[in-house]
Ligand binder design. Structure first.
Ligand code: IPD
Ligand code: CA
Ligand code: CA
Length: 285
């Protein structure tokens, strides 16, 4: 269902202002903890890391959201059991929610742990299953990417537009290496093998949310990954849509919150990227 203006604010509080405020506050705090965290744990696999900073960031965001909107539902990565099956279950349990905040408190934890300055905070608000606000904040560069459904996507107050490439040959694309090394990683490796020779180059920098924000900003022509969760993508999908790009699953079907295998592009290279992944058997379907 399309959201009208009344859905963007309750009792005068702007959803977007709260999303911006929570992402910025969490991001500043995360940055202050770079190189200074105490506890590193493994979650679902030896490649799936979590620190007390991920958990602290999520509770900060949750508290702020619930201060303003106590009756809204909240889906945050650290509140869900690790692994793809548990993530899908958690999202399904929230499917009836009217307003649902979808939050990745640190997207790019491996980078954070190693001091590699490419990670982000991702905060989205969905109204009856449709993302209506998306904010991705990169605290290392102090870049805040913001989108509101139907109102555009902005970076530092300026409207964002996707890039203009229409051929893979002219494109810079990104992907990720998922923590699920048994199922998702080998498929993504097949994708990289197929796509790398066809594009100008591939970047794999370690934050799906930030990669998607870069597609919206025209810095990347496209992004794909197998085995993502709703919190990695929700904010990024609205940024791209509002910046004039296109999001589908890797089979070319329209994006919805339950999608795990995603293609997110400037639109111009979408069908070609989808075709190449399908030909390489690298869609995850
Ligand atoms: C991960 C990052 C990474 C992607 C993984 C995600 P996390 O999120 O977005 O770029 O390749 O699939 O799980 O664990 O750092 O929040
Ligand atoms: Ca993530
Ligand atoms: Ca995370």
């Amino acid at each position: 269902m399309a959201a009208d203006n009344a859905t963007y604010a309750l009792s005068g509080k702007s959803f977007t202002a709260v999303a911006i405020n929570t992402a910025a506050k969490a991001g500043e705090w995360i940055k202050s903890k770079l190189g200074d965290f105490n506890k590193l744990d493994l979650k679902y696999s030896p490649h799936d890391l979590v620190t007390e900073v991920d958990k602290g960031s999520e509770s900060l965001i949750r508290r702020l959201v619930h201060t303003h909107f106590p009756h809204h539902s909240f889906l945050g990565e650290e509140g869900v059991e690790p692994g793809p099956a548990a993530s899908a279950r958690a999202l399904a349990q929230m499917s009836g929610a009217e307003y649902l905040w979808i939050v990745d408190p640190v997207d790019g934890t491996t980078n954070f742990v190693h001091g590699f300055p490419f990670f982000s905070v991702s905060v989205a608000l969905a109204y009856r299953g449709e993302v209506i606000v998306g904010v991705v904040y990169d605290p290392c560069r102090d870049e805040l990417f913001v989108a509101e459904k139907g109102k555009g996507a902005y970076l530092k107050g300026k409207p964002m537009r996707v890039s203009g490439e229409t051929r893979l040959l002219d494109s810079l694309v990104a992907t990720g290496f998922p923590a699920d090394r048994d199922y998702a990683l080998p498929i993504n490796m097949d994708g990289v093998r197929a796509i790398a020779p066809k594009v100008r180059n591939v970047r794999i920098a370690g934050s799906a949310a930030l990669h998607m924000a870069y597609v919206a900003a025209g810095r990347l022509s496209g992004f794909w990954e197998i085995g993502l969760n709703a919190w990695d993508m929700a904010a990024g999908t609205l940024l791209i849509e509002e910046a004039g790009g296109r999001i589908t699953d890797t089979a070319g079907r329209p994006y919805e919150l339950a999608v795990r295998n995603v293609i997110a592009t400037n639109g111009g290279i979408h069908d070609e990227l989808q075709r190449e992944l399908a030909q390489a058997n690298a869609t995850g379907f």
